[in-house]
Design a protein around this ligand. Sequence first.
Ligand SMILES: [Zn+2]
Length: 270
Amino acid sequence: MPPARILFWAATAGVLVFSCHAALTQAPSLAVSALVAFLYVALLTCGALVLRLRMFADALVCGPHDARGVALTFDDGPHPLHTKEVLDILDTYGAKATFFVIGHKAVAHRDVVIEIVRRGHQVGVHGFAHARLFSLWGSKRVRDDLEQAVAVVETITGERPRLFRPPIGHTNPTIARIAEQLDLRVVGWSVGGHDGLATATAEGVVGRISRGLKDGAVVLLHDAAEHGSRKPAGVTALDAILQKIEAKNLRVTPLSTWLDDESEGLPEGR
Ligand SMILES: [Zn+2]
């Protein structure tokens, strides 16, 4: 079990004991109660925001300990121009990647999703609406959004997607439970280019990704901006990133090769 989840259960038990003790004996001061509540909420917030901690979801954030290669993933597409540019660059290197598509964009650019699959890449879901407040939604809304995203990809590709990257990378127990019920594996990342930011530069993206390149790394890039048609810096940086991978004597590995390994997704020891 990930250390963060053990901490979560221990803290939850501690808060329950604290509450029972307060109810059965003398109530603690307001300051002590506020401090306990603050620390507990801070812990939950950390778990929700940092997928790599795996506090709530058994996310795949890197390959197994004996993994070889680097997995490339792209979020927030498809985009009619930028995704195809990514596909062309990947073809040049014979590299296969995973594209986490946004449902409503997939509806608008079905041909691009078909092209991703035709060129041998994997398609996962990244929510239908890609809402920034996804982790604050109730269970019905989360389920409806995910089911809609899955149905869209399945209709277009003819294959039910197995992988899910939560919008903005935020999770909570509800999202984790619904993903599991829908047979979706939550996927995080071990190194991100922050290339979705409007201020990101290709040089900066290459530098950030290079520092995290090693066997078992899951690289997060973007083939489309979250909104609008701006070209993410990661698309411009992709050729240089692939050169860095080659220069480090690594290779690009499809994420799917790590999915059935029992020790997959364990960040410990990496
Ligand atoms: Zn996204």
